[in-house]
Design a binder for this molecule. Structure first.
Ligand SMILES: Cc1ncc(C[n+]2csc(CCOP(=O)(O)OP(=O)(O)O)c2C)c(N)n1
Ligand SMILES: [Mg+2]
Length: 457
């Protein structure tokens, strides 16, 4: 009984907080929706709770999903880096920010080439590149407040780069050395940074999406309770393949019904490993699903970093309106490289298709053309930047490679406060095996060697 009273008190407090976070107009709107659902005689439209504004018709027509109705794709620059709509003002962005965006994309691209090869040489176990999609990550990150929490998938290295994740941070995680905050427990490329407000990437697809909606619900309350602070939103990235997971649907629906300030950014790159989009869905991409959930949605050209930045700025503003609401951005792109180092994409797509895309369009060359047109960039600067970045990446690479690995005790620790009986027994088994087969198990590169098994994590 006492428990039930406490639960009731908690629920009513919750309802009060939610009500406080809505403006009067919004409250009136919510009430209007619920007070007008009774079907009035002679009304020309349905007023049932499940569809409150649908006109009656005698024309039997099934709503058809045709390609003619495909949602348009917003762009600012054409493939030659020229503004398409000559009547509009040029995007308002400083030269400094333009050069930072270009440098960030270039850094990701140069690091990707080096690390892909490093995996082939057996230096790291796994890698994933962002080729062709650098503009989505960097362009959207550049439009956010640096304190907006981010939930990413794995092909958004550009957001880490833009927020200030250093080359040493990337390399420590990739080499799983003792400076990796995850202490080598996660796969390479699954970065995270509490300092930069980016949640750690996890492998199971789409799990980040309901988490993002939940975090946005918490932030909605915080925005309402701390009106003097800068309001924040949550941003969640995912691929079009991940949008086939149930978690995607749960995340969009809860965000829409609870009015959570979250911007969902889908990178539609045409493939989910070997599954092309044509086999993944039959609707109008992922954008059409946002509308289905009552979420304001836009489709944007992911190769146009200025367009990505502009729609994200607007999406952020909209997400904070009306007490908070979700927005969906579908950024169109093409996955230029293999899915990961474990994949050979020429087993399921033609080389010529890839070469075509590489030649035809690319977020880096498109921005390069724009900044060259403005007199901010040229061949010499390009050469200098590429060789400088390459040198910096290789330096960070060598430094991280030299560092010791985390102590062996971290294999078991970090889950429970104390090791369980089973973990203690397993630790002893590991010790026994290493001691019996020292040639097979050289543990000298782990902090503390075999003794590192003892240390508490
Ligand atoms: C729940 C789950 N199912 C399957 C996988 C295996 N898997 C890893 S990435 C991937 C493809 C995802 O494609 P998409 O979301 O389009 O992202 P992209 O790789 O194209 O950037 C799959 C099927 C997984 N990690 N998690
Ligand atoms: Mg994909």
């Amino acid at each position: 009984m006492a428990l039930r009273t406490a639960a009731f008190r908690l629920a009513s407090r919750h309802a009060r907080v939610s009500a406080q976070s809505l403006t009067r107009v919004q409250q009136a709107r919510v009430q209007q929706r619920w007070s007008s659902v009774s079907q009035r005689p002679n009304s020309d439209r349905v007023r049932f709770p499940g569809a409150v504004n649908s006109k009656f018709t005698t024309n039997m027509r099934f709503a058809a999903a045709t390609e003619d109705d495909a949602m348009p794709t917003y762009r600012i620059l054409d493939q030659d880096g020229n503004i398409v709509d000559k009547s509009r003002d040029p995007p308002s962005i400083s030269d400094e920010e333009l050069l930072k965006m270009y440098n960030d994309m270039l850094t990701v691209s140069v690091m990707d080439l080096i690390m892909f090869d490093a995996q082939r040489q057996g230096k790291v176990s796994f890698y994933m590149v962002s080729a062709g999609e650098e503009g989505i990550a960097v362009g959207s990150a550049s439009a956010l407040n640096p304190k907006d929490p981010i939930f990413a998938q794995y092909r958004e290295t550009g957001i880490f780069q833009h927020r200030g994740f250093s080359l040493a941070d990337f390399m420590n995680q990739l080499f799983a050395n003792k400076h990796d905050p995850g202490l080598g427990r996660n796969m390479p490329v699954h970065y995270g940074s509490s300092k930069l407000h980016i949640h750690t990437i996890s492998s199971p697809l789409a799990t980040q999406l309901p988490q993002a909606s939940g975090a946005a619900y918490a932030i909605k309350q915080q925005n309402a309770q701390n009106p003097m602070d800068d309001p924040r939103i949550v941003v969640a990235y995912f691929g079009e393949g991940a949008a086939s997971e149930g978690d995607f649907h749960a995340a969009l629906n809860i965000a829409a019904t609870r009015g959570c300030p979250v911007v969902f950014i889908c990178r539609n790159n045409g493939y989910a490993i070997s599954t092309p989009t044509l086999e993944q869905y039959r609707g109008d991409g992922i954008a059409s699903r946002g509308v289905g959930y009552g979420i304001d949605t836009i489709r944007v050209d992911g190769n146009d970093i200025l367009a990505v930045r502009e729609v994200t700025t607007k999406a952020r503003e909209l997400a904070l309106r009306d007490g908070g609401k979700p927005i969906l951005i579908e950024a169109m792109s093409y996955r230029v490289s293999h899915h990961s180092t474990s994949d050979d994409s020429f087993a399921y797509r033609a080389k010529v298709e890839v070469e075509d895309w590489k030649r035809r369009d690319n977020p880096i060359t498109r921005l390069r053309k724009w900044i060259e047109g403005k007199g901010l960039w040229n061949d010499d600067k390009e050469k200098e930047a590429r060789s400088r970045i390459r040198k910096q990446v290789l330096e960070a690479f060598k430094a991280a490679e030299r560092e010791q690995k985390p102590a062996l005790s971290n294999m078991m620790g970090g889950v429970y406060e104390e090791l369980t009986e089973e973990q203690v027994a397993q630790t002893e088994t590991v010790r026994d095996i290493i001691e019996r087969y020292p040639e097979e198990y050289d543990v000298s590169e782990y902090e503390g060697g075999l003794e590192g098994l003892k240390k508490k994590a």
